[in-house]
Design a protein around this ligand. Structure first.
Ligand code: NIG
Ligand code: FE
Length: 414
């Protein structure tokens, strides 16, 4: 079926180049004023100025939609989430209000281990239902491609169950979904004094079983004091890489412990979090060609210093933005809010934030040839906005819904 959308006030992020945007290039966001967009089945096949429409559109499309002054931008590409989990953790949220720290909550058996216990007691069917509800909400908020991690199983069965749910979400929705194995998210209670033993379970039991069912695209480690060291991270990355899983890592959330050097040495696709960076690390990321993924809602929710986005961009880094949706540090997948926070709190320009959440998010999932911009041949993943006066209005009106409708793979989401 052919769908023509006419009278689009602004068609944002129209480009035929397919490279991630590094440093200064992040501020370039090409758009067409008074545009049309032509879609065939699930693919963008043409676009242009309204005044060229008669010349360019020779066959009458089956379906014509008058955007009537509303605008279009590519769907968000949310490249870092933990969307599969068994239960929310608002009880810990209250503990935090009452003054307990993230570390104190974790030490009490809260945090990731709390989520792991609940997940291991929840059926695959139930997890799938819960995850599907969350994914639907993310879609309605404009997310058209997403990465989802395991890491709340921390047992062979639990990790397999999570990864199977991720693959089922992919099959059920047809959406671009990348799957990351994060067995090294925390040290389970039974391995409290035997981290090495748990790493051996990850390498010798979990990875072969995951590879056998082809359940993961990437390998991840929470490289952090009290969790996994840079050396552990290197060991786990190398084991994952033997099964074809490229690293996508949690580094420098709370401390600088060598995760960045390790990730770069292991050709990570992305290094994520980056709240805590020294100058040398900023320069390393600036020179690197991988993606530096910032998760501002996690810093916001944990009341941490925001990521140094400006310094990273000025150093030349390829910055992406993602939601980190998880029950502990970022309980939501609202990419509009992620973008708004990056502008309000991290001094990113609206163009930079939107590029970071679309083109560079797609690059952080290695799907830039399929999505992330309005380009011929890419998936028809689009956000039809409410009438808005400008691009900058999107982050500016942070608490209003700017979305009218969302199309993913050529289908309107309802
Ligand atoms: O990305 N930092 C590690 N993992 C998650 C939080 C997990 C949790 O608290 O459940 C994150 O922020
Ligand atoms: Fe995370």
């Amino acid at each position: 079926m052919t769908t023509l959308i006419t009278n689009i006030k602004y068609l944002f992020n129209v480009t035929e180049q397919s490279q991630p945007l590094k440093g200064k290039a992040l501020a370039q966001l090409p758009s067409i004023t008074d545009a049309y967009l032509l879609i065939e089945d699930d693919t963008i096949i043409d676009y242009g100025h309204m005044h060229d429409i008669d010349v360019k559109i020779t066959h009458k499309p089956q379906n014509i939609i008058d955007a009537n002054g509303r605008s279009i931008l590519p769907c968000w590409c949310d490249s870092h989430t933990h969307l599969v989990f068994a239960a929310s953790r608002e009880n810990e949220f209250i503990d935090k209000i009452n003054g307990l720290s993230y570390a104190e909550i974790a030490a009490r058996g809260g945090g990731i281990l709390n989520s792991a216990e609940k997940l291991n007691n929840t059926s695959e069917e139930m997890l799938f239902t819960l995850a599907m509800e969350r994914l639907k909400i993310a879609q309605l908020m404009g997310t058209g491609a997403i990465e989802i991690k395991s890491g709340y199983g921390l047992t062979l069965e639990g990790e397999l169950k999570m990864l199977r749910v991720i693959r089922r979400l992919q099959k059920a929705t047809g959406m671009i979904i990348k799957s990351t194995f994060l067995g090294a998210h925390a040290i389970p209670a039974e391995f409290k004094d035997n981290k090495e033993g748990y790493i051996q379970v990850i390498i010798n039991d979990m990875l072969p079983a995951i590879a056998k069912e082809n359940l993961a695209d990437y390998i991840d480690t929470f490289c952090e004091k009290g969790f996994f060291s840079a050396r552990d991270t290197a060991q786990i990355c190398e084991a994952g890489m033997r099964y074809g899983l490229k690293p996508k890592l949690h580094v420098n959330q709370l401390n600088s412990i060598g995760g960045i050097e390790t990730g770069i040495a292991h050709q990570a696709v992305s290094l994520d979090h980056l709240e805590t960076l020294n100058e040398q690390e900023i320069n390393l990321l600036g020179k690197w060609n991988g993606i530096s993924t910032l998760l501002p809602t996690a810093a916001f929710f944990l009341k941490m210093e925001m990521q140094p986005a400006r310094a990273l961009i000025n150093a030349g880094a390829t910055v992406a933005l993602a939601s980190d949706f998880n029950p502990g540090s970022s309980p939501g997948a609202n990419m509009h809010f992620v973008i708004a926070l990056s502008c309000i709190q991290m001094k990113m320009l609206p163009e930079e934030a939107i590029n970071a959440a679309t083109i560079n998010g797609a690059a952080a999932m290695e799907v830039l040839n399929e999505t992330g911009s309005i380009s011929i041949g890419k998936k028809a993943n689009i956000i039809l906005t409410q009438p808005i006066p400008s691009l900058a209005y999107i982050p500016y009106s942070f608490s209003h819904n700017i979305i009218n409708r969302v199309m993913i793979n050529g289908n309107w989401i309802s």
